[in-house]
Every structure is written in structure tokens, then in C-alpha cells.
Design a protein around this ligand. Structure first.
Ligand code: BGC
Length: 466
């Protein structure tokens, strides 16, 4: 292979198997009562004990914070048609200074966007229940109490880590005093995705995101969730697999480029795995490789442009565009970056993008295979048939990411038959769904859960209990 600096990105099947074995051990550490606090893969209990039963209904608000944008949605669940309908939604940009400023400002901004939405849709007089998809690692204490462990992706607001995010939201709304919200349910985007896909396909018991960040949740046996009382049934666990490798366990597969990306990020040493996989970082890895190849005189006649020297200028979406059919996209992008390209350069740039996105898909597959194999073992099954609800721009927009991922999962989890269900608006609709189920259950006596589990078994029912 002629390009030495691309070599470390190529992972053999046995390396991927070894990555999967390491993750399997870390997942067990994350679940353990006494090993959890030092575990890099947090395995956070979500208190969702199964997935909707079809009797949910009503109007809900959903907030979705986690990527570059913040969204407000008005969602209606139609019981008769068994459908979740997005009535309206609005996107609010979050300016960089807010993403990096004081937490109070962030929540004031969120409360202001919500106020504007309620105003323009004439919903201010109603006190609707609200599902809050907050896509960061949180220690969930109750359905409406969730403490941020740490910021990830592009956020770094002061005064939020270690605090209850629902309280911060309510306080911001009270500071305004012009409207109120009803009960709140907090969800991670992976859980929202699993729950909204679960309404369509009842065997959906894994939720996965490959977008700005990456993560997955799945249904774990209660007997293995050592930090929560009880042995019966299952609970959805938010793995936070992005943190895999934070204890140095992946040092052998990190390339020099990964180390630079980590060091220059907002959160060095945190979310090692995410930084090798997700959309926030892939473009920057590619840029660093392109600069290196140019410095080695293998690209652009050895001439690096100012644009290519600028961190963040080579966006992750360029990778998807470059790998899409034809070479025109690549030529346009290179021209926009003030690079003097030849046809040979265009082909090499394609190879760089392909190498980086392939590694991302394979690593993601290794993690997903670990989860699927775990579910199969948990249930003592020879063969597992299951569905994964998926969302995220990298998975949805990249031309062959999904095929690469599926092919690798088949190699690493040969006895699991996995269906991929792409979620539309999953985190928003899922948050509404969790809120709906929580509301319904709040009106029912506790024995209800037990009776239903005994009557039908946990998985015929899709019930979220908090
Ligand atoms: C966060 C997760 C989230 C994932 C995908 C990660 O950075 O820690 O909570 O699910 O991004 O949005």
C-alpha cells in the first residue's frame, strides 16, 4: 500500500474482533456497582424498562438539543392510527458563544426559542407535557431528574456539569414568567430513536446514532444492571460508547492524526471512540491527512492552501460528497479550498476519504456487533433476530457507510440477524413517546407493571416504566 500514513487506518478483522472483545469487558465494568465509577463506557440506566404499547395518545412538546441546532417540536400521538405525527417544528441555531458560554445563557436561549415557537403556533395558553431529548451523557435519577456528567461534541457551557438539566430548564422558563410547561421526561437521543422505531417495529431494542456524535442504547437484563435494584425484566441502557478508549485501551489503533484531533478538541482525553467515528471529527481527520500528504509532496504539487491549513475548513459533509458518484464534487470542493489539483490528486483525495469513512463504519460495526452478541448471549439464544433504530447524518448521508457497517457487523456477529430501521425525527418523536408512556403509567398503580409482565412477558409489551 503506497501511502504510508493511510496504513494505520486500515483495520484487519482480527483487530476489529479484539476491539469488540475490549468493549465487551468495558460494558461489564460500566454495569458493575463497584467498577462503574472508573469505567470509560458509562452504561447509564435510563429507567425505560421496555418500549410503547400503542395506547399512548395526546399532544406533546419536544425539545431536541445535542447537535449544532436546537429544535422545538409539537408532536401528536394518534392512538387510533398508531401514528406519531409531527405537527410543527422549528429549528433555532445555537451560536458558538452560547455553546461555550455560561449555562444560564444557554437555557435562557432555549426558553426563548420555545417561547417564540409557542407564540407563533398559539400554544402558549396550554401547559403541554414536554419530552426533552438531551444528547449528552447524563446520570438519570428519575424521569425528570437528570444530571449532566460532562459535555461532549461542540458544547462546553460552564455551570451545567454536575447539575440537574431539568431544573436549569424550568428555572430559565420561570425567569421569563410568560408561559409554563407540564411534566417533563428526559431522554438521550439514542433512547428516543429506539422508542420511536419501537412504535413501528416491536422488535426494535437497540437505538444507534452516528451523527455529530455517536452512541447506542439497548435493552439489558435487569439482573445485569447492578446499580439498579431488582432482578426482573429489562432496562434500556445508554452505553455512551463514545467514551470507549478514554482509559488508553485503544492506544494501539489511534493514529497520529487521531491524537492531534483529540489534543486540539474542546475535551482532550474524552470520548476517544467518538473522535474516530463521528461527524464532528471525520472532516478534521481528513484535513490533517491531506495536509500531511501535501507536505510529503504526494498531493497538490506540495502546495498547501491557507484554507486547507485552517482547522475545521474541511467539513465532514465533504467526505460524503467526495465519495458520491463522479469526480465533479471532489473537483469543486478542492477548487473551493484554493487547491491546484490534478486528476491524480482527485483520486488520492477520494482514497483518503474512503479510508477514513471505512474505518469509522467498521469501528461502529464492531461496537454494534458487541451489543448484538451480548443480547444473544444474555438470552441464551443460538440465533438473534433484532432491529436497530438508527439516526444521524453520517449514517444517512454518506453513500456507502451503511453498507460497510452492515457487512462488518455480519462478520463480527455472524449469529445475529439485524434489521436497520432509519428513524425520521426519532429523537423528537421518541421523547414525546417516552413522555406519553410515563404519563399514562403515572396514572396506574405500580402492580400494573408486574401484572403485565407476568401476562405477556416483557417484550410483547412495549412499556416504558420509570
Ligand atoms: C453523547 C451521547 C449522544 C451522542 C449522539 C455523544 O457525544 O455523549 O449522549 O447520544 O453524542 O448524539
Amino acid at each position: 500500500f503506497p501511502y504510508e500514513c493511510l496504513q494505520p487506518f486500515r483495520l484487519s478483522v482480527s483487530t476489529l474482533q479484539s476491539v469488540s472483545t475490549r468493549l465487551k469487558k468495558d460494558m461489564i465494568r460500566g454495569l458493575g456497582k463497584h467498577t462503574h465509577h472508573r469505567a470509560p463506557v458509562k452504561m447509564l440506566p435510563t429507567f425505560v424498562r421496555a418500549t410503547p404499547d400503542g395506547t399512548e395518545k395526546g399532544d406533546f412538546l419536544a425539545l431536541d438539543l445535542g447537535g449544532t441546532n436546537f429544535r422545538v417540536l409539537h408532536v401528536r400521538i394518534l392512538e387510533d392510527e398508531q401514528r406519531v405525527v409531527k405537527m410543527d417544528s422549528q429549528i433555532c441555531a445555537i451560536p458558538q458563544e452560547i455553546m461555550l458560554g455560561h449555562g444560564e445563557k444557554l437555557f435562557d436561549h432555549i426558553a426563548a426559542c420555545l417561547a417564540e415557537f409557542l407564540d407563533s403556533h398559539e400554544l402558549k395558553g396550554q401547559t403541554l407535557p414536554l419530552g426533552f431529548t438531551f444528547s449528552f451523557p447524563c446520570e438519570q435519577l428519575d424521569i425528570d431528574k437528570s444530571v449532566l456528567i460532562r459535555w461532549t461534541k461542540g458544547f462546553n457551557c460552564s455551570g451545567v456539569e454536575g447539575e440537574d438539566v431539568v431544573r436549569l430548564l424550568r428555572e430559565a422558563i420561570h425567569r421569563r414568567g410568560d408561559y409554563d410547561i407540564g411534566s417533563v421526561a428526559m431522554v438521550n437521543d439514542t433512547v428516543g430513536t429506539m422508542m420511536s422505531c419501537g412504535y413501528r417495529d416491536q422488535s426494535c431494542e437497540i437505538g444507534m446514532i452516528i451523527g455529530t456524535g455517536t452512541n447506542a442504547c439497548y435493552m439489558e437484563e435487569m439482573r445485569n444492571v447492578k446499580r439498579v435494584e431488582g432482578e426482573d425484566g429489562r432496562m434500556c441502557i445508554n452505553t455512551e460508547w463514545g467514551g470507549f478508549g478514554d482509559d488508553g485501551s485503544l492506544r494501539d489503533i489511534q493514529t497520529d492524526f487521531d491524537l492531534v484531533v483529540d489534543k486540539t478538541s474542546l475535551n482532550p482525553g474524552i470520548h476517544t471512540y467518538e473522535k474516530m467515528i463521528s461527524g464532528m471529527y471525520l472532516g478534521e481527520i481528513a484535513r490533517l491527512v491531506l495536509v500531511k500528504l501535501t507536505e510529503d509532496k504526494l498531493l497538490f504539487d506540495g502546495q498547501v492552501s491557507d484554507a486547507l491549513q485552517t482547522p475545521g475548513r474541511f467539513e465532514t459533509r465533504f467526505i460524503s460528497e467526495i465519495e458520491d458518484t463522479g469526480l465533479e464534487n471532489t473537483q469543486r470542493i478542492l477548487t473551493e479550498l484554493d487547491l491546484n489539483w490534478s486528476l491524480g490528486d482527485v483520486r488520492l483525495v477520494w482514497l483518503v476519504c474512503d479510508t477514513i469513512s471505512t474505518r469509522s463504519a467498521q469501528l461502529c460495526a464492531a461496537a454494534l456487533a458487541t451489543i448484538a452478541n451480548r443480547i444473544r448471549n444474555n438470552r441464551g439464544l443460538d440465533h438473534l433476530k433484532t432491529t436497530v433504530g438508527v439516526d444521524g447524518t453520517v449514517f444517512k448521508k454518506h453513500p456507502n457507510f451503511s453498507q460497510q457497517l452492515q457487512a462488518t457487523v455480519r462478520l463480527l456477529a455472524p449469529r445475529c440477524d439485524i434489521t436497520f430501521l432509519v428513524s425520521e425525527d426519532g429523537s423528537g418523536k421518541g421523547a414525546a413517546m417516552v413522555t406519553a408512556v410515563a404519563q399514562r403509567l403515572a396514572l396506574q398503580p405500580v402492580v400494573f407493571e408486574k401484572l403485565l409482565l407476568e401476562a405477556w412477558g416483557p417484550f410483547d409489551l412495549l412499556v416504558a416504566l420509570w
